[in-house]
Design a protein around this ligand. Structure first.
Ligand code: SAH
Length: 237
């Protein structure tokens, strides 16, 4: 928690904020080892960042005197990430990593090699997803929550939603063995597709290429989803 992310409910007035949930209180005590008088970085969900002085900290709440929160959050990456739904624990970690890296649009997609049971996981409840996004934002000192969309059918996605997503975006399909290497230094809006642990099946690769995506590879090493996503984002942008 390199930034204490405040919701509008935490803000009493423009000079005072009050944090009451156990997670942030525990973090303030155990990780920051904060004591009254410390100045910490605070941000408002969807808003600006600034400093606050810890006034009080007890088991029930922490209060902060706010200095003007007037710094913009870091710029987002120009990417919409389409991720085949990974297993629940991998999903949790991947959401945190990609949020910390600055992804603001995430689509979780069903593909043939996604286990159907993953769609029933409690990790997919809006509260759990929100929790992992918040951890990613706090890590990276960001305040803008990514938007997460669930696409439970591959064909409806490719035939229905993908054409619109590719309007004004360069579609890049990460798949081992594709002829082109992953580009670097990309600034243009991009749609990046990453497969499940078992990879995209050939039929899915064909549909995505037909729809206008370019196949890209990251070298001979086959990486786990969370490593592949991180390596792809770092190299692309
Ligand atoms: N067993 C699968 C790989 C799955 S890895 C196969 O051989 O196809 C999970 C996902 O991470 C892949 O679908 C791809 O999107 C991405 N990925 C992992 N390693 C990659 C590489 N070397 N090049 C491109 N994409 C990669």
């Amino acid at each position: 928690m390199n930034l204490i992310l405040l919701t509008h409910d935490d803000i009493e007035n423009d000079r005072l904020a009050r944090v009451r949930d156990p997670r942030r209180l525990r973090h303030l005590r155990e990780v920051h080892r904060a004591t009254p008088g410390d100045r910490l970085t605070l941000g408002v969900v969807g808003g600006h960042i600034g400093q606050g002085e810890l006034l009080t900290l007890c088991d029930q709440e922490a209060t902060f005197a706010l200095s003007p929160l007037d710094q913009a959050p870091p710029p987002p990456l120009p990417v919409h990430l389409v991720l085949a739904l990974p297993r629940p624990r991998m999903l949790a970690r991947t959401l945190e990593h990609v949020t910390a890296l600055g992804v603001k649009q995430i689509t979780l997609l069903h593909t043939r090699r996604v286990e159907k049971s993953y769609w029933m996981s409690p990790e997919l409840t809006p509260e759990k997803i929100h929790h992992h996004l918040v951890l990613g934002l706090e890590q990276a000192r960001d305040t803008l929550l990514p938007e997460v969309t669930l696409e439970r059918g591959f064909r409806p996605f490719v035939e229905g939603r993908l054409p619109a997503l590719l309007e004004g975006r360069r579609g890049l399909l990460a798949h081992p063995g594709m002829p082109s290497a992953c580009p670097r230094g990309v600034e243009a809006p991009t749609l990046l597709l990453v497969g499940p642990e078992g990879g995209f099946i050939p039929w899915e690769v064909e549909r995505l290429l037909e729809a206008g995506c370019e196949g890209i590879h990251l070298g001979q090493r086959i990486l786990r989803v969370e490593t592949a996503v991180t390596a792809l984002l770092a190299r692309l942008f």
